[in-house]
Design a binder for this molecule. Structure first.
Ligand code: GLN
Length: 483
């Protein structure tokens, strides 16, 4: 077994006892990347030299007794996290060559904690997608079956973690982009409450929905990472003064006496039989732990996808307007007018999905249509949020499938955006409500493709969902199965 396979918690123990060094761990990850990345395309850039330097520094910190739990472990960053001096492109041609002059807040916090950054991971362009097929760097392949997608948009991060190319990776989740690829690749993906982790320095997609979180090997690892990155940041006014919880201390709490809701709207036509079976078996596992399970109803669930696909593109159309070739990335060398200059930069720089969403969003926000689309969608969003508020009066947590299917074939949905959008059907509602959720592996289908179980919690309920996920991972072995 390569040491790159160990969890963050195990790595910390071994590093602290000097059984391994950070340089050794980093080399083991680099070795995996060298072996597998040309095939899987999880990383779009790798910084070997700088990673080894950071690892050396981490080893010094450990020797001097200045180390924390994350010191010396290896991290991949989704290519939307600004890393000072390192090309960060959101996997878009429009940002080719862009080197941010600063670290995103979450990156700075992880750096301060002694994390080793090994490279940037693949994503759908500006995180728009559910399969990593919309990347300017080409698709990421699923490690369980290379004909299939890794999910998206954090597909690169999910494969990087599951294929042991790094100890953990950072992702973003606007409508499912951490949870769905974690489910497709068999790792643990944490979507935090809106505002729990600073978005500063992370390229935005839809600002009222975007969240930052880890893809990790276990819930225990995710808890350690969250303790470092959570909290108020003056650079992001949507991070409230809500104290970051004792996520790690909480992990071992007994679940006995807890009530968990299973929403009937999440077991609908279109969900794969084997997905349903694995998720239902997961629910039974919680019952064995002394949890009371109750069927609940979230009646506005059916509106979540249409509402999301009005609100997200509207905010996308506003956020994408900053990319015009003037401030960031390459610019057209010749242009006849300012208009022509913008046209050239944006039509060459953006891919089809980004353009599609800019058009939908601009239309939905335009005068005369705003009330009919954006405003209406916001109103229905409130109803969706109220469904959850009502449910959380009766239950502590909600269990559901993460995605209706396991990983689909590369190319299977890429020509049909509506079909692709349906792969978010179980993740967008909780995103619209600003809740937290974690996807944990809960079984396989007959093709040995991983299935994800989603544990949804109330706002700022991260300690609860990680506790539940950890207890589940102590009782089951799905998260340690190998491809
Ligand atoms: N798949 C969803 C979309 O395409 C979610 C993306 C995300 O969470 N960044 O919008």
């Amino acid at each position: 077994m390569s040491i790159s396979e160990i969890t963050l918690a195990e790595a910390h123990e071994k590093l602290a006892k000097k059984e391994i060094s950070s340089v050794e761990l980093t080399k083991a990850c680099l070795e995996k990347i060298k072996k597998a990345n040309s095939d899987l395309n999880a990383f779009v850039s790798v910084n070997e030299e700088s990673a080894l330097e950071q690892a050396k520094e981490a080893d010094e910190k450990i020797s001097d007794g200045r180390a924390g739990v994350l010191t010396g472990v290896v991290c991949g960053l989704k290519d939307v996290f600004c890393e000072k001096g390192v090309e960060t492109t959101a996997c878009s041609n429009i940002l080719k060559g862009f080197k941010p002059p600063y670290d995103a807040t979450s990156v700075a916090k992880l750096r301060e904690a002694g994390v080793v950054f090994v490279g940037h991971t693949n994503t759908d362009e500006f995180t728009m997608g559910a399969s990593t097929e919309n990347s300017a760097f080409g698709v990421t392949k699923n490690l369980w079956d290379k004909k299939r997608v890794a999910g998206g948009s954090s597909g690169g991060s999910a494969v990087a973690v599951s294929a042991n190319m790094c100890t953990f990776a950072m992702g973003t989740d606007t409508g499912g982009s951490i949870r769905q690829p974690a489910s497709f690749c068999g790792c643990t993906g944490l979507k935090v409450t809106y505002g729990r982790v600073s978005r500063s320095g992370v390229m935005p997609m839809a600002s009222s929905l975007d969240t930052i979180g880890p893809l990790a090997k276990t819930c225990e690892d995710a808890a350690h990472i969250l303790e470092i990155i959570a909290g108020r940041d003056k650079e992001d006014s949507t991070t409230p003064e809500v104290k970051a919880g004792d996520y790690v201390k909480n992990l071992n709490k007994d679940l006995k006496g807890m009530t968990i809701g299973v929403p009937k709207e999440y077991f609908i036509e279109g969900i794969g039989d084997e997905v349903e079976k694995a998720v239902r078996t997961g629910v039974k596992e919680f019952e064995k732990m002394g949890v009371r399970v109750k069927e609940i109803s979230l009646p506005h669930t059916k509106y979540a996808v249409p509402v999301y696909y009005i609100i997200a593109p509207s905010e996308i159309s506003a956020n994408m307007s900053r990319y015009d070739g003037v401030r960031f990335g390459p610019a057209a060398e010749k242009a006849d007018s300012l208009q022509d200059f913008y046209m050239k930069n944006r039509s060459h720089g953006f891919g089809d999905e980004v353009k599609r969403r800019i058009m939908i969003g601009t239309y939905a926000l335009s005068s005369g249509y705003y009330d009919a689309y954006y405003l209406k969608a916001q109103k229905v969003r409130t109803l969706i949020k109220q469904d959850f508020e009502k449910a959380f009066k009766e239950v502590d947590l909600i269990l559901a499938p993460t995605s209706p299917t396991t990983a689909f074939d590369i190319g299977e949905n890429s020509e049909d955006p509506l079909k692709m959008y349906l792969s978010d059907i179980f993740t967008v509602a909780s995103s619209l409500a600003g809740l937290c959720g974690v996807s944990v592996p809960c079984g396989f289908d007959k093709n040995k493709l991983p299935v994800g179980l989603q544990i949804i919690g109330p706002q700022f309920g991260e300690a609860k969902i990680l506790n539940a996920g950890h207890q589940y991972q102590c009782a089951t072995r799905w998260h340690i199965e190998k491809s």
